[in-house]
Design a protein. Structure first.
Length: 345
């Protein structure tokens, strides 16, 4: 009997072992597939859920719990040229596969089909609304960017800017994830005092409705002279930040020291646009310099947004020009700049 029970025991152990093996194979396989696929972020764990409404404290961006926070974003190309990338799947890919927590909606004011140069205002605003909705549903931060460029001085289209931002602020004051960028890159002869005049009017218009959300103010010379802005920041309003833009193949250490000067003076700086190409948006990319910039920004806890999500045949585009997808981008769809950015994140 003893031997028999021993035999049975052995057989049962064997069967149990096989069952256990089968079960564990069965359970391990799907988990592995899931971890190779994008990790879907739970609704309770989105960047917005974790950080809430952002504020500016001294020179830093902080979350609702008072902790310093870093926005890591991607800018659309002009929504006038590339409206197709404003879609929820694209934003979700950026959030879940790349680790992006912020999207910038760049709306050119004077270029092709711009807001002040014959573009359909209704369509452009509808794209902004869609972009804000998708970002909100995904719990991401979103920048509404009045993308001045060839207009040089933002005062040129100030009237339209006032009514645009009033409309946005009225609509989005309850959104905790919206930031307003009131002028992309003042340039030409535009002085800091001109930008201040413009900014004061726009900020006042926004604050009539939206008392809290962050407002990003451009600085002279294509948003590079944060050191000049730091000499005489705008007074009387909370939650203002000043933008600094760079393109790593053109702008190096001397530009970092401009940022350093500005933050030493207590200026809250936000990099609402950068590329790793030349400042033309094309030419060579410089990964070595780009890495130096990111190291610097991380140390200083300065948020950054990369230009741009499109497949335009330029080295600053994050997608290869052969990539016709507008969502679900794989590593093989990314340009050299795109690969660098995703890996860096
Ligand atoms: C560039 C685009 C390019 C477009 C051009 C319009 O990459 O496809 O034809 O604008 O003039 C900026 C600007 C940004 C530029 C970018 C690259 O904010 O609009 O985009 N850049 O030149 N500042 C520095 C570089």
């Amino acid at each position: 009997m003893k031997t028999l029970s021993n035999i049975y025991l052995k057989q049962y152990t064997k069967k149990f072992f096989c069952l256990f093996l089968a079960l564990s194979l069965f359970t391990v396989t799907p988990t592995e597939t899931v971890s190779a696929a994008p990790k879907k972020i739970q609704k309770s764990q989105t960047p917005l859920k974790k950080n809430g409404r952002l504020k500016v404290k001294k020179s830093s961006l902080i979350n609702s719990k008072g902790k310093k926070v870093l926005l890591k974003g991607v800018s659309t190309h002009g929504i006038n040229w590339f409206p197709e990338y404003v879609n929820p799947d694209a934003f979700q890919t950026l959030r879940d596969n790349w680790g992006v927590n912020c999207v910038r909606l760049a709306m050119y004011t004077e270029e092709y089909n711009g807001y002040c140069s014959g573009g359909s205002r209704r369509e452009l605003k509808s794209l902004i609304d869609k972009g804000v909705k998708y970002a909100t549903d995904l719990g991401m931060y979103v920048i509404i960017d009045w993308h001045t460029l060839s207009d040089g001085n933002p005062n040129k289209n100030k009237k339209q800017a006032v009514s645009f931002f009033k409309e946005m602020a009225k609509k989005y004051r309850k959104h905790k994830n919206v930031l307003y960028e009131i002028c992309n890159e003042p340039n030409g002869n535009t002085q800091w005092k001109d930008i201040k005049t413009y900014a004061k009017t726009i900020i006042k218009a926004i604050r009539t409705y939206d008392k809290k959300n962050i407002i990003l103010v451009g600085t002279p010379t294509w948003s590079q002279d944060v050191d000049t802005a730091a000499e005489s920041p705008i007074k009387g309003y909370k939650n203002l930040m000043y933008t600094f833009h760079f393109y790593a193949a053109s702008h190096k250490a001397s530009y970092r020291s401009k940022v350093e000067k500005a933050i030493e003076k207590g200026l809250p700086v936000f990099v609402s646009e950068f590329g790793i190409s030349e400042s033309s948006g094309n030419g060579k990319i410089n990964k070595k310099e780009a890495n130096k910039w990111i190291k610097f920004l991380k140390e200083k806890k300065i948020s950054y947004v990369c230009w741009n999500l499109s497949n335009k045949n330029e080295s600053c585009s994050l997608l290869k020009s052969a990539c016709k997808k507008t969502k679900g981008f794989k590593s093989s769809d990314l340009s050299a700049a795109g690969k660098w950015f995703k890996k860096m994140l």
